[in-house]
Design a protein around this ligand. Structure first.
Ligand code: FMN
Length: 190
């Protein structure tokens, strides 16, 4: 498929059918992630897959409680919770800090740049996965609100890396509408 067409066609999906995601489809989505651009050949990502719906619901309840405890505005809390509640599969995305782990001993400024580069590479891997999912007719939502609860989630999953995102996946029951694109976001210097 035309990649630009695919990018425009993708939209955040918050309502999913009960159809499970096959292992073949999941494998392709993860493959798209790991083939993202890797800064200086480092591939600082780790993907933790959760298919167990009871576990998804448990994580969702933990996130909901945490977001309520910290008085998260409802317009941020409910879309997150409702999307996760009916999702069929989660991909928890982690930063293994392979790059910053080495850059750590250099100066602070360099470390800050390395940190940004590492997160950027992981974001590119996430976008690859969203696009491959779209290509397979699978809906996704990229969530960062669960990060407020990342220590608790890590404890539950017995993971030590730093969580940077949670992706919800499922076959779309309905699709979201894209917002119009902002104008004047490109500056050409000649
Ligand atoms: C970095 C990032 C973090 C996001 N975090 C959340 C979130 O925590 N909760 C949520 O409901 N949606 C979240 N979203 C989804 C956005 O709300 C969604 O992308 C937006 O509504 C635009 O929709 P579109 O992807 O169809 O353009 C996030 C998206 C991005 C890119």
């Amino acid at each position: 498929m035309d990649v630009l067409k695919l990018m425009k066609q993708r939209s955040t999906t918050r309502h999913y059918t009960n159809k499970p995601i096959s292992q073949t489809a999941l494998k392709k989505i993860l493959e798209a992630g790991i083939w993202g651009p890797a800064l200086h050949h480092f591939q600082p990502w780790k993907f933790v897959i959760i298919k167990n719906v009871a576990l998804i619901k448990k994580i969702n309840r933990m996130v909901e409680k945490k977001l309520e405890d910290i008085n998260t505005p409802t317009f941020l809390l409910y879309p997150t919770i409702k999307t996760m509640a009916n999702s069929k599969l989660l991909i928890c995305v982690y930063n293994t800090k392979d790059f910053t782990g080495i850059i750590e001993r250099f100066n602070k400024e360099y470390f800050k740049k390395a940190e940004l580069a590492e997160i950027s590479a992981i974001a590119a891997a996430i976008q690859n996965m969203l696009l491959e999912a779209e290509n397979l007719g699978i809906g996704t939502c990229w969530l960062d609100m669960p990060l407020f609860c990342r220590e608790e989630i890590n404890k539950l999953l017995k993971i030590k890396d730093e969580m940077v995102a949670v992706l919800t996946l499922g076959y779309p029951l309905s699709k979201g509408k894209r917002s119009p694109r902002k104008k004047n976001t490109v500056v050409t210097i000649s």
